[in-house]
Write a protein that binds this ligand. Structure first.
Ligand code: NDP
Length: 391
């Protein structure tokens, strides 16, 4: 039907390219672009069929505009780093191309947690008749759609949502992050913003923990964390009073992280170094294993889902909805581990729904603002089936 332009050739970009290539009816043309051409060429060489590759600087609106025009893209899937979201959205508006991403935009050297800048593109997308779907990875992404589905089909009102995330996989390294170390470490060490009793609450990083039973993995302690979807779900799911995000970490991971933090290696403040300056966290990133290379080594299962409480027909109700994803199966299919797989597959489905018309609503949206039905009907076929239990 049309050409998809994928920007970003990391772990998630690999999954997106493989998944688009499995859906040639919708994505008749595919171009994979990043700053480093060799990364794109490596991924393209793993995939049967024609995939164009290109270099692009996602920080530069004109660079993205030129590439969109050159390949004649119908939809752009942005899986570069969160710093590129705003320039790439601007390029999409200027060229009239649908837009999909997997993370909240970020501005270098500052942590922010609201979608105002990205949702602010809404009127211009609407005017152009194009759709922007924001943060449609797994969390944020699929979990937002789970909430919209629960709201539409299972509850008269929702009071509480706990998003829970356990990566039960093991890559065998002493310390590595499953996705961009800069994003990952900053989000773990940041003050925690949660939504409790109808208001934002701020607590210290790694201070609040709770035990959950993760289907397919077992009982684990999870830590309250800031995560992008907390604020958007609190805004777009009516009446909800509590929205919290919980993630598990192994003791080994936390010990490494504490040491790195104590010696200043997780700071994003530049420090003078040998006549120049370096940002310690970026230097640390250069030392750590590239997340895109973890797939072949990782064994085990992820469990990500939501525990949702509310009322239906005047009765209290509590439902858990989740997906289990097996690292080895992901690697066999697309040569990536489950963290990249669970992020890339939903983004491809969102792009497909926009191209086929089911999510082609002009404007810019967080996932929970769109009709959950076409997404929930198809996400299982994309490799991420959901399960539920009443609690
Ligand atoms: P990686 O760091 O592995 O890959 C990012 C890619 O983007 C690299 O190939 C990088 O390579 C490229 N890139 C970086 N800057 C630019 C630029 N200015 N222009 C063009 N390309 C650029 O990240 P992941 O693949 O793990 O993650 C991709 C996105 O998915 C991130 O935004 C991340 O936050 C998000 N994510 C979302 C999750 C969710 O569940 N919602 C979970 C995990 C990740 P190069 O510059 O060399 O070309």
């Amino acid at each position: 039907m049309g050409t998809v332009l994928i920007i970003g050739a990391g772990g998630v970009g690999r999954v997106v390219a493989h998944k688009c290539a499995q859906d040639r009816e919708v994505f008749s043309g595919i171009c994979l672009a990043s700053r480093t051409l060799s990364k794109c060429q490596q991924i393209a060489s793993e995939i049967d069929g024609d995939i164009q590759t290109a270099t692009v600087d996602g920080d530069s609106v004109s660079s993205v505009v030129a590439l969109i025009k050159k390949v004649g893209a119908e939809v752009l899937i942005n899986v570069a780093s969160p710093y590129q979201n705003l320039p790439i959205m601007e390029a999409c508006v200027q060229t009239g191309v649908h837009y999909v991403d997997t993370s909240l935009d970020d501005v270098r050297d500052r942590i922010k947690y609201d979608y105002a800048d990205q949702l602010g593109f809404g009127p211009r997308f609407k005017e152009q008749g194009i759709t922007g779907v924001l943060s449609i990875g797994f969390d944020p992404g699929v979990v937002n759609v789970y909430c919209a589905h629960a709201q539409k089909h299972w509850f008269d009102s929702i009071t509480s949502i706990d998003i829970i995330d356990c990566n039960g996989g093991d890559h065998g390294y002493e310390f590595a992050t499953n996705f961009d170390p800069e994003t990952n470490i900053r989000e773990i060490l940041a003050d925690v913003i949660s939504f409790q009793d109808g208001a934002l609450q701020i607590t210290k990083a790694l201070e609040t923990r709770r035990t959950f039973e993760f289907p397919g993995i077992g009982t684990r302690e999870a830590y309250l964390m800031t995560h992008e979807e907390v604020l958007s779900i609190a805004e777009f799911i009516p009446e909800v009073k509590h929205v919290r995000f919980w993630m598990t970490f192994t003791e080994k991971y936390l010990t490494h992280l504490r040491v790195l933090e104590n010696i200043g290696m997780t700071s994003i403040e530049p420090i003078p170094f040998e006549g120049g300056s370096i940002v310690p966290l970026r230097f640390l990133k250069a030392l750590l294993p590239d997340p895109a290379t973890l797939g072949a080594r990782t064994r085990g299962v992820t469990c990500i889902g939501c525990v949702i409480e509310g009322q239906q027909n005047g009765e209290p109700k509590r439902v858990m909805i989740w997906n289990n994803c097996v690292h080895e199966e992901c690697f066999a299919e697309v040569q990536s581990q489950a963290v990249s797989y669970t992020t890339g597959a939903p983004a491809v489905l969102a792009a497909r729904l926009v191209c086929t018309g089911e999510w082609a609503v002009p404007g810019v949206f967080c996932p929970e603002q769109l009709d959950p039905d076409p997404f929930m009907n198809a996400i299982g076929e994309m490799g991420l089936p959901w399960q539920t239990r009443n609690e």
